[in-house]
Design a protein around this ligand. Sequence first.
Ligand SMILES: Cc1cc2nc3c(=O)[nH]c(=O)nc-3n(C[C@H](O)[C@H](O)[C@H](O)COP(=O)(O)OP(=O)(O)OC[C@H]3O[C@@H](n4cnc5c(N)ncnc54)[C@H](O)[C@@H]3O)c2cc1C
Length: 381
Amino acid sequence: MEFSVPHELTEDLERFKEFTKTHIKPQLPAWNQKKEIPPQFFCALGENGWYGLQFRDNQLVKGSALREAMLAEAAAKVSPGVAVAILAHIDLGLSGLYLFGSKDLQKQFGPPAVLGKTIMCLGNTEAIAGSDVAGIAMTVQRVDGGWLLNGAKAYVTNGDIADLAVVTAVSDPQASRNKRLSMYLVDLNAKGVSRKRLNKQVWIPSDLTRLQFKDVFVPKNQLLGKQGEGLQQVLTVFTHSRVPIAGLTLGTAVGAFELALEHAKKREIFGQKISDFQAKAFEIADFHAKIEAARLMLWKACWKVDNGEDFRQESSLAKYLAVEVAREVTAWAADIFGAASVILEHPIHKFPMDAWAASLGEGTQDVQKLIIFRELMKRYA
Ligand SMILES: Cc1cc2nc3c(=O)[nH]c(=O)nc-3n(C[C@H](O)[C@H](O)[C@H](O)COP(=O)(O)OP(=O)(O)OC[C@H]3O[C@@H](n4cnc5c(N)ncnc54)[C@H](O)[C@@H]3O)c2cc1C
C-alpha cells in the first residue's frame, strides 16, 4: 500500500497555502467583521483552478478527491467559515450540476461556475425536515414550458450570495417516499425568490440563508437528473460531499491544534511552559494520534473515490471520525488559551463553534452512524 502523496499534489498544496496567505489571511478580519465573503474571492479561486472542476470537451470534469480534501483541510486551518463557502459552491451546488446536469445544462451553466463568476448552493433542508430528506414539503407544479416552485428552504450556505441553487421539491405527492422528489437547477435572481440571511455564530464569514420561493418559474430543461429520482440524487450529492467536508473538519481540528501547540510552547505557568507539563504532553500526543487516524480514514475514502470504488461507508466513517476528533481537539485547544479564548476576536474562539457546525452539515453524527451501520450490515447479509 502506497502512503506517499504524489509530488504534483504536494506542490499544488504548497501553492494553495501561499494562496491562502495572500487571498484569505489578510482579508479575514474584515470579512469576519462584515460576515461577508466578496464575490471577487470566488473568481480568484476559479481563475487559479482551486475548485478542481473544469469544463472540458463540452462537459464538467472533476479532479481528484484527495486533492480536494487536502485543499479543504488547508483552507479550514485558516478559516473553516471560508472553507465551507467554497465547499458549498463546489460540492453542494456545482456537484449537483456535474452529477445530474445534462450536457446542455453543463454547457450553459458550467463555465461561469468553474470560474467562480456564478456562485452556487444547495437548498434541501426545510424547517420540517433535515435528516429526514424525504419529508420535505416544497411543492413543484407543472406549467407550460416548465414548473412553478413554492415553499422555503430553511438553511442554505451561500444562499445570500449565490446566483444558482440546486433545489429539491415534491414533484409527486402521491408517490412513495422514494419517488416523491425531483431536483431542479434554480436561478436565484428569478422573480419570486426572496432571501433572509440568518444570524449565526458558526462558520463566519459564510452566510446561512432562508430562501423563500413564491411561484418561481423553472424552465423545463432545468430538471436535474430524472423526475422522481430527487431523493436518491440529493443523497448521492451528500455521499460525495462528505469526503471534502471531512477534510474541512479535519482542518478545523488541525487549525485549533496548531494554534494551541504554539501557545503551549510559549506560555509559562508555575515556572514552566504549558507543554512541559506531562499531563499536557500526554494530551498533545493523544490528539495527534487521533488527528492522524482521522486523516488516514479520510485518505482511504479519497482513494476509494479516485479509484472508482464504492465509498458510501468510507465517506461517512471519514466524516464521523473527523467530527469526533474536531469537537474534542477544538474544545481542548480553547482551554489551553485560558480566559483569552472567550474573546470574540481571539483566533481560537471560533474553532469549537465551527467543529459543532461541521457535525450538522451533510448529516449529523446520528445520520453517519445509520449509514455506517447499514453499509456494515450489507456485508453480513
Ligand atoms: C451552518 C449550517 C449550514 C447548513 N447548510 C446547509 C445547506 O447549504 N443546504 C441545506 O440544504 N442544508 C444545510 N444545513 C442544514 C443541515 O444539513 C441540517 O441541519 C442537518 O441535516 C440536520 O437536520 P435538522 O437540522 O433538521 O435536524 P433534525 O433532522 O431534526 O435532527 C435533530 C436531531 O435528531 C437526530 N436524528 C435525526 N434522525 C435520527 C435517527 N434516524 N436516529 C437517531 N437520531 C436521529 C439528529 O442527529 C439530531 O441530533 C446547514 C446547517 C447548518 C447548521
